[in-house]
Design a protein around this ligand. Structure first.
Ligand code: AHR
Length: 495
């Protein structure tokens, strides 16, 4: 019989708070994420509020999404915000050059997005255009959104139906500036960033703008080094990082029909997030020892081939237990690095990449990733409890990965949450968690698991995979004992 995995959870007064913004999302003008997904228009037969599907609004509220990033992605640096405000029938069209070359009518614009965020009680994260914009266009955007009144942009906003400014704290200063944002060098972008950030004014005088520099692609440590070295601290609050999980970038494979070998490779790239975050954080520590600048992983998730018969530019893929494994392990990594990682955005919310919601006409389903995000929302704004353990390995054809991933937190009310993932495709593991003398009376929990790794929810069977109550949680003398089946995610909560 296998030895149980021994885990020690400790309370550390110095441990960081797990920012709720780690549980953020990302919606780009890409495929059916906005048009034909989230946004169906006010005339649609699908029940909606100001054109946004009510079922999606409800699902996202349930998820407690803390923030939403928009309008891109690569789209952001092609987007001219003025084309998306004012009477809808007078707005110009545009061609979405990155994603399928489709013509968009600009009917979903800044008002629609920011009002949606208010409905969702989520903070907007505007990724604004630098690559094909000007400082003037950019600063007028800030003025339009944030200035109270008496400025040309604020008056125009009022004419367009919004009297008071919105409360927008998070601003992305371009996206992927090393690639689709302009193919810049880090040195060139750092200068451009300084220029744009200088003219961004927090007109509301609330608690200040949070300006996020377009960050590194995966392990481009030079990029982070240059931004941290060359951008003065008073101009920057966050540095981004993008990293996706896949089998191989040039041979991604199917989202549903994959082998164990492909699963193993995907998990290898997903778990690499730990190294990436560790190394980018170390560079940031060097230039910012007081930890005033956040690492913002504003694009992460699984990326596979599109579903057969769908537009290759629309990035529509299904979502299986493999995605639940990516979500569970990535969120544990972010939680455990909460000192520096203060925001993250899963790509993308609806019908694109590792979506939490899929739609087909009037039907909607929640993916396994949705369920993991919801199970984990107990960690939002809770204090990290550091965990210590040696993981057993998941072996495949001579290679191995750590099978078990864990993070833990404690809320202000004293509730202790432990989230666990076992990525092993075959073996179950018993986990014994020593909570020392924490004053907990009882534990309850939920589990997300399924018979086959490739299982997923479909429009005919939308509830094939849903979280179930965890029956066997043993808690005696400060030790919590749980069985973690192959490819499952568990969250246990003690009070
Ligand atoms: O999320 C899809 C694309 O991936 C984004 O537009 C871009 O930023 C990244 O390369």
């Amino acid at each position: 019989a296998q030895e149980p995995v021994q885990v020690t959870v400790t309370e550390d007064a110095e441990a960081p708070i797990i920012s709720k913004h780690i549980y953020g999302h990302f919606s780009e003008h890409l495929g059916r994420c906005i048009y034909g997904g989230l946004y169906v228009g006010e005339e649609s037969m699908v029940p909606n509020t100001a054109g946004v599907r009510n079922d999606i609004i409800e699902a996202l509220k349930e998820l407690k999404i803390p923030n939403l990033r928009w309008p891109g992605g690569c789209f952001a640096d092609t987007y001219h915000w003025k084309d998306g405000v004012g009477p809808k029938d007078e707005r110009p069209t545009m061609v979405n050059r990155w994603w399928g070359g489709v013509t968009e009518d600009n009917s979903f614009g800044t008002h629609d997005f920011l009002n949606l965020c208010e409905t969702l009680n989520a903070e907007p994260y505007l990724a604004a255009n630098v690559g094909s914009s000007t400082v003037k266009e950019f600063t007028e955007y800030v003025e339009y959104v944030l200035h109270q009144g008496g400025s040309p942009m604020a008056e125009w906003r009022k004419e367009n139906g919004r009297e008071n400014p919105w409360d927008v704290k998070y601003w992305g200063v371009g996206n992927e500036m090393w690639g689709c944002g302009g193919n810049m060098t880090a040195e060139h972008y750092a200068d451009i960033y300084r220029q744009y950030a200088t003219f961004m004014t927090d007109w509301t005088n609330s608690d200040g703008l949070f300006r996020i520099a377009s960050g590194a692609n995966v392990d481009d440590y030079h990029w982070t080094e240059v931004l941290m070295r060359d951008i003065p601290k008073h101009l920057i609050e966050g540095v981004a990082l993008h990293s996706y999980s896949f089998v191989e970038w040039n041979e991604k494979g199917s989202s549903i029909d994959y082998s164990e070998e492909q699963y193993f490779s995907t998990m290898k790239t997903a778990l690499k997030m730990d190294t990436l975050v560790t190394k980018h954080s170390a560079i940031m520590d060097k230039y910012d020892p007081n930890n005033t600048i956040a690492l913002v992983v504003d694009e992460w998730g699984g990326w596979y081939d599109v579903m057969e018969g769908t537009n290759p530019g629309f990035l529509y893929q299904q979502n299986t237990m493999r995605d639940a494994m990516i979500a569970g392990t990535s969120l544990n990594i972010f939680n455990n690095h909460a000192r520096r990682v203060k925001m993250a955005n899963l790509a993308q919310t609806v019908n694109v990449l590792q979506a939490v919601v899929l739609t087909e006409d009037e039907k909607m389903l929640l993916t396994p990733t949705y369920h993991v995000m919801k199970m984990y929302n107990v960690h939002q704004d809770a204090k990290l409890l550091p965990v210590d353990f040696d993981s057993p390995t998941y072996k495949f054809e001579g290679e191995e990965l750590p099978a078990i991933s864990i993070s833990a937190s404690k809320t202000d009310a004293g509730q202790v949450n432990v989230s666990m993932v076992n990525i092993d495709a075959h073996k179950s593991h018993t986990v014994e968690i020593n909570l020392g003398d924490m004053d907990i009376k009882d534990f309850s929990g939920t589990i997300l698991s399924s018979e086959d790794l490739q299982d997923h929810n479909t429009f005919d069977q939308p509830e094939k995979i849903t979280p179930k109550e965890l029956k066997k949680v043993k808690f005696r003398k400060g030790i919590l004992e749980v069985e973690v089946p192959p490819f499952s995610v568990l969250v246990v909560t003690g009070k």
